[in-house]
Design a protein around this ligand. Structure first.
Ligand code: ZN
Length: 190
């Protein structure tokens, strides 16, 4: 893919900033069959996330790296998010998640040591976000088929971060205002 093509593609996903009110609203459930425009948006969002995790392209295009995007970040208040996680071998572990429900979770809590990030938050944020180390989520795929997935570690954090977006909750809302590193010693860092 050429840089020109990439720049054209990136125009297709306009990621909203936390200042936008749409990011603080609850998204509504999606019905099937999925609208073509949502399918296209999912494809564009994947393109963005994959590119953003390519060190060279990321620098060339001045992208912020990210592994998850919720539809509300693209201005669409629908309960859809995608995860694209780059593995060490260069392959991607990806999930398209529609109308998710949390089924169960581990009591063990973890947090991202360097701090959680969000493509809609363009500033440094101090503090830790407690997340369940493992969760089981039920959701629908793009064809409307129901499935359940048990996810752990980084992917578990990503799912919880994105599920929060569907309820209008930002990761910054989950950081204790008075004590941003509260109970740090009771959790495991990843
Ligand atoms: Zn986010």
């Amino acid at each position: 893919t050429s840089v020109i093509e990439v720049m054209f593609m990136l125009k297709l996903v306009d990621i909203l900033d936390e200042k936008e009110s749409v990011l603080h609203k609850v998204s509504t459930e999606v019905s099937f069959p999925l609208d073509k425009k949502y399918l296209d948006l999912i494809d564009d969002a994947y393109e963005y996330l994959r590119l953003s995790q390519d060190d060279k392209k990321c620098e060339e295009l001045d992208l912020r790296p990210g592994m998850g995007l919720a539809f509300c970040q693209l201005g669409v208040l629908k309960r859809i998010f995608i995860i694209s996680y780059k593995n060490e071998d260069g392959s991607f572990t990806e999930y398209t998640v529609i109308n998710p429900k949390l089924i169960s979770y581990s009591n063990e809590l973890i947090y991202v040591e360097e701090g959680e990030g969000c493509l809609s938050v363009n500033r440094e944020v101090d503090g830790i976000v407690p997340r369940h180390a493992r969760i089981t989520v039920g959701f629908y795929d793009i064809n409307g088929n129901y499935k359940e997935e048990r996810v752990r570690e980084e992917i578990s954090v990503a799912f919880q971060h994105e599920m929060d977006h569907l309820d209008g909750i930002m990761f910054t809302d989950r950081i204790d205002k008075d004590n941003p590193y509260k109970d740090m010693d009771k959790m495991r860092s990843i």
